[in-house]
Design a protein around this ligand. Structure first.
Ligand SMILES: [Zn+2]
Length: 885
């Protein structure tokens, strides 16, 4: 699954106020899972949705194996009513069970009234259920068409919502084959994991379709969809690859179809096990979800339109790269997750960490110009930020029950997971790593696995075993930090003493542990040598030559690098000689260490000031984001005016080189750099940028056709950020009148990005008006929260009763706390706590606690680090004449 916005989980132990646990010695409470006395073999499901009434009727025959004598059969079901049930043995003897529901555990018990012996049985259940308006279970998405409104149906089952569609063993380890049939209006296109095997016309303009049976798979991967769709397709390595869109959108499907064709062929080669289904659809649904962006249903990837479709008239560079990466991620899951599935949610990272790593690998192969590994250092940074705070957890983390599994989808599973796999691949070597992956996939196809199965395959016949490194990084929480203890040059060689510790950003997360960390070191311009550092004692490393040493060369490993002050100055002085990814790593490490006081704030500002005009676009983009973050920390403080003088000078020096207008043939990432610089300059109230943004918008209104997609997007984005009332009203009118769902969504979100708080308030008010489509409402609030976290949070709290109906039930506990992600005002902790007390169950407050830790941390940076920054700015004569603080 690709999450729109990730969240992080808290461990139950930490909620009880205990310190971080050491290494692996966690006694996890017992899992709440279905009894293993009965397991499913084959499901024959037949459903008849009534989309207008938002209900459906279903029947299912489940062939089961009873492994020992039982008196009852327990399976999952939620919001389903069983109308009729019977159980038949292999001799044809039928029992009619009584049915019990457990709403809390989402279980259905068939009490047989007698003991049945082990053997093969068939359950027959007739039932009815709900069609939801949010993406869980079987759900409907409405959209505008020239004749009014149309409705399409889809399903979303991860992590445990198949039970809202069919009574089933809804756990990843209970694989079975599925054979789905459906009765539908004749004009709708039916979709599932497998192709339609047969269909017949029924009276009343209906059709009954029967899909081919699936191979063994987990219930969360089942998919059904129906709507007035169109499909374009191509055959790749014998597989029918299709993109499915609502009627009229086919032109927007070309980009992702081309991408999918390349990616499928690449993966067939990488995994050395060809994609096993006859077809692979990528299905675009209108609207959005706050929980997720795309889902890897086997053979039927679902994604919201904005994550997949590229309208050449509207799409930005970011949209194109994102659509490619989302396809690459979900397609990687077709093997890692779908063909071989984690046994239980503890190992969710096997799915998500691997897919996140693989998406980069294939994207880098086909689009090296996107420098995806440089760009994704930002995700590593976010993961490290969480992993360095109180409340983090190991990658492999105990999950008690299916409901808790939703909390496992966080930065640790996705982004730390990706970084750890990169660490291991880089240490082991690309080919050896791929060999291990191939054996793992081949030997466990159609089955389940735990993480150690993967390490075992990697270490088979290997001279470089990785299990120890992998265990350290996946079974214990936290960010390793490699520090220089001393650097000496003598006799033409440099000797470094390196020690290991833990990078922690609050006092509560400093519990010591060490890792086996592969550390790559090179003198600037020299040869890289790699050594595994374990334990806390200093380790000497000798390199030929005398120059500044760079730690974590290529930024392939998961740790923070801590330089001695003199070494940091020397590397900063030789910044242009570093590879772009090491420039980025240096910037990232310096910012993180400066925030916690391990490095002077002045070093961070010197580094920012020293980024040359010709630096790589990804470096400049990251710098702009770092400057914006510092500026947000300064909000409301006198130091902000002085900092903005400095920031504008740095940003303008970089912006001068690329200017407002793209030139034909420039790399796509320059467009991202341009947008980042303009956004940052706008945030710093740069008068020239503000005036130019408004001027360009006026020109656009006069003749919208004159701008290509990139220029249009930049113009609208900057005008929205710098909007006055008149511009805001124009954008609003455009959102109301467009006929494109993609554009409507884009414009409503832009309305909430205004820096002017009064305008952001107007955008928030729209969410109560019934005017924007309901699935856009949470996105509007999230957009406003970027610059106005307090406003967005207080608005949400004040209108929770109305707004919560637009937020998927599973996500309601996470939505409000996450609006405060960029906030740094500790006075928000009280209101957040009060909201949690009033509206969130006590055992579902992980995001609340995570946000509180973030608020405390950022408030401390403001209090402790900004005065030092202010001194540096004064000492360097910056903002001379600005009032004293
Ligand atoms: Zn995923």
């Amino acid at each position: 699954m690709v999450h729109c916005a990730l969240t992080a989980a808290w461990r139950c132990l930490l909620l009880m106020g205990l310190a971080l646990p050491p290494v692996v010695a966690l006694a996890a409470p017992a899992r709440v899972v279905l009894p293993d006395s009965v397991t499913p073999e084959h499901y024959r499901i037949d459903i008849a949705p009534d989309a207008g009434a938002l209900t459906f009727k279903g029947s299912v025959q489940i062939d089961v194996s009873v492994h020992r004598s039982v008196e009852e059969i327990v399976l999952n079901g939620a919001d389903l009513v069983i109308d009729d049930a019977d159980v038949t043995d292999s001799a044809g003897v039928t029992t009619t069970p009584s049915v019990r529901y457990d709403e809390r555990l989402e279980r259905i018990t068939l009490a047989l009234g007698r003991t049945i012996p082990a053997g093969a049985y068939t359950l027959r259940l007739s039932y009815h259920g709900k069609i939801y308006l949010q993406a869980s279970g079987l759900f409907a998405l409405d959209y505008a068409v020239p004749s009014g409104k149309a409705r399409a149906l889809f399903t979303q089952f991860e992590n445990a919502d198949a039970r809202r569609f069919v009574p089933c063993w809804d756990e990843p380890g209970r694989k079975a084959t599925f054979e789905l049939s459906a009765t539908l209006p004749a004009n709708l296109m039916p979709l599932s994991n497998m192709p339609v095997a047969s269909s017949e016309a029924l009276p009343g303009n209906l059709q009954h379709v029967h899909f081919a049976p699936t191979p063994p798979m987990s219930s969360y991967l089942l998919f059904f969809g129906a709507g007035d769709f169109e499909r374009s397709q191509r055959t790749v390595d014998g597989v029918d690859v299709g993109v499915v869109v609502k009627r009229g959108d086919l032109a927007n499907a070309q980009f992702v179809l081309d991408a999918a064709a390349d990616i499928l062929h690449y993966y067939n080669g990488y995994f050395d096990t060809p994609f096993p289904l006859p077809k692979l659809d990528l299905i675009a649904g209108p609207g959005s979800s706050v929980t997720f962006g795309a889902m890897e249903n086997w053979g039927a990837i679902f994604s919201f339109e904005a994550e997949m479709l590229i309208d050449p008239r509207l799409a930005s560079e970011h949209d194109r790269q994102n659509a490619y990466i989302v396809a690459a991620h979900e397609m990687a899951h077709q093997w890692f997750g779908d063909l071989v599935t984690m046994q239980w949610w503890d190992d969710l990272w096997l799915n998500e960490g691997f897919a996140s790593w693989m998406e980069n690998k294939v994207t880098d192969h086909f689009h090296p110009e996107w420098n995806i590994w440089l760009q994704s250092l930002d995700d590593r940074k976010k993961a490290m930020q969480y992993d360095a705070r109180l409340g983090t957890h190991p990658i492999i983390t105990p999950i008690i029950d299916s409901q808790q599994a939703i909390e496992a989808f966080d930065e640790i599973a996705y982004d730390k997971g990706r970084a750890v796999i990169r660490t291991l691949e880089s240490y082991l070597g690309e080919e050896a790593f791929r060999g291990g992956v191939r054996r793992y996939i081949h030997d466990r196809a159609y089955g389940n696995a735990v993480t150690d199965d993967l390490w075992r395959e990697m270490d088979r016949d290997s001279s470089r075993p990785i299990t120890q490194i992998a265990h350290d990084l996946t079974l214990q929480a936290g960010v390793p930090m490699i520090s220089e203890v001393s650097v000496d040059c003598a006799d033409g060689a440099t000797t470094l003493q390196l020690s290991q510790g833990r990078f922690a950003i609050d006092a509560d997360s400093t519990a010591a542990h060490t890792w086996h960390v592969p550390v790559s070191v090179a003198l600037i311009g020299g040869v890289t040598s790699t050594r595994v550092i374990s334990g806390a004692a200093a380790v000497p490393l000798r390199l030929r030559g005398c120059a500044a040493a760079v730690l974590n060369v290529g930024q392939t490993a998961y740790f923070r690098s801590h330089y001695l002050p003199a070494a940091l100055s020397e590397i900063t002085a030789h910044f242009t000689q570093l590879a772009a990814i090491d420039q980025l790593g240096l910037l990232d490490d310096t910012q993180s260490l400066a925030y916690v006081g391990l490095t002077p704030m002045g070093s961070l500002l010197e580094l920012a000031d020293g980024v040359p005009g010709n630096a790589a676009p990804e470096v400049v983009t990251a710098l702009a984001a770092a400057i914006e973050d510092l500026d947000r920390l300064c909000n409301g403080l006198p130091v902000q005016a002085r900092f903005r003088v400095f920031a504008r000078a740095v940003l303008n020096r970089l912006f001068e080189r690329i200017g407002w207008d793209g030139v034909p043939g420039e790399p796509g990432n320059v467009a991202l750099e341009r947008a980042a610089l303009i956004e940052a300059l706008g945030q710093m109230d740069d008068p020239a940028v503000v005036a130019e943004a408004r001027r360009r918008f006026a020109l656009y209104l006069a003749d919208p056709a004159q701008l290509d997609a990139a220029a249009r997007h930049l113009t609208l984005e900057t005008a929205a950020a710098q909007a006055d009332q008149k511009i805001w009203d124009h954008l609003h009118a455009m959102a109301q009148s467009t006929r494109s769902e993609l554009e409507r969504r884009e414009l409503y979100k832009l309305l909430a990005t205004a820096e002017d708080e009064a305008l952001a308030r107007q955008a928030l008010a729209l969410t109560l008006s019934g005017e924007p489509p309901p699935t856009i409402v949470p996105d509007i609030i999230k957009s406003a929260a970027d610059l106005h976290p307090r406003l967005a949070f207080e608005f949400t709290v004040a209108h929770w009763q109305q707004l919560s109906s637009d937020i998927e039930p599973d996500f309601q506990v996470r939505f409000a706390p996450r609006l405060l992600n960029s906030a740094s005002d500790a006075t928000l902790i009280g209101p957040l706590n009060a909201f949690a007390e009033a509206h969130l169950p006590a055992d579902k407050r992980r995001d609340v606690h995570k946000t509180m830790a973030s608020l405390r941390y950022r408030a401390r940076v403001r209090r402790q680090r900004l005065p030092e920054m202010d001194r540096w700015l004064r000492e360097h004569g910056i903002g001379h004449g600005i009032g004293h603080s």
